[in-house]
Design a protein around this ligand. Structure first.
Ligand code: AMP
Ligand code: ZN
Length: 114
């Protein structure tokens, strides 16, 4: 989608530190990390948010969950633990309207989240 920063990363129009990529998804390091490990995982098809994914594409979410585990292993935080965050809409703090899962680790997380 035109003017979507994450679509530009998928197209390689803007650079990113890519951690993993396949036909369906791409994972890259967050430009403003909130933890020692902070990687984003996005589908290559542009969906604005969780609200935008049709029922017949819920398989994509299963694939993303599998790859979150793989990214955690690549980053060395599968055993120490990690937090997966999916912000949806204004109140959640979603800033980029191309659905993305945050994977955060490498430090002890706090709860409740801000
Ligand atoms: P959210 O607030 O859930 O929409 O998160 C958007 C995330 O995208 C933030 O953590 C940003 O730091 C990150 N971000 C924005 N632009 C880029 C970029 N060009 N490369 C990597 N991460 C980015
Ligand atoms: Zn997009």
């Amino acid at each position: 989608m035109k003017d979507c920063i994450f679509c530009k990363i998928i197209q390689k129009d803007i650079p990113a530190r890519i951690v993993y990529e396949d036909d369906l998804i791409i994972a890259f390091d967050d430009i403003n990390p909130q933890a020692p490990i902070h990687t984003l995982i996005i589908p290559k098809v542009h969906y604005t948010s969780l609200n935008d994914i049709p029922l017949e594409r819920l398989d994509l979410l299963g694939h993303i969950m599998d790859k979150i585990r793989e990214v955690a292993a690549i980053k060395g935080i599968a055993e120490t633990g990690y937090r997966t965050v999916l912000n949806t809409g204004g109140d959640s703090g979603q800033d980029v309207f191309h659905i993305h899962f945050h994977v955060l680790g490498g430090r002890r997380m706090t709860w409740p989240p801000g």
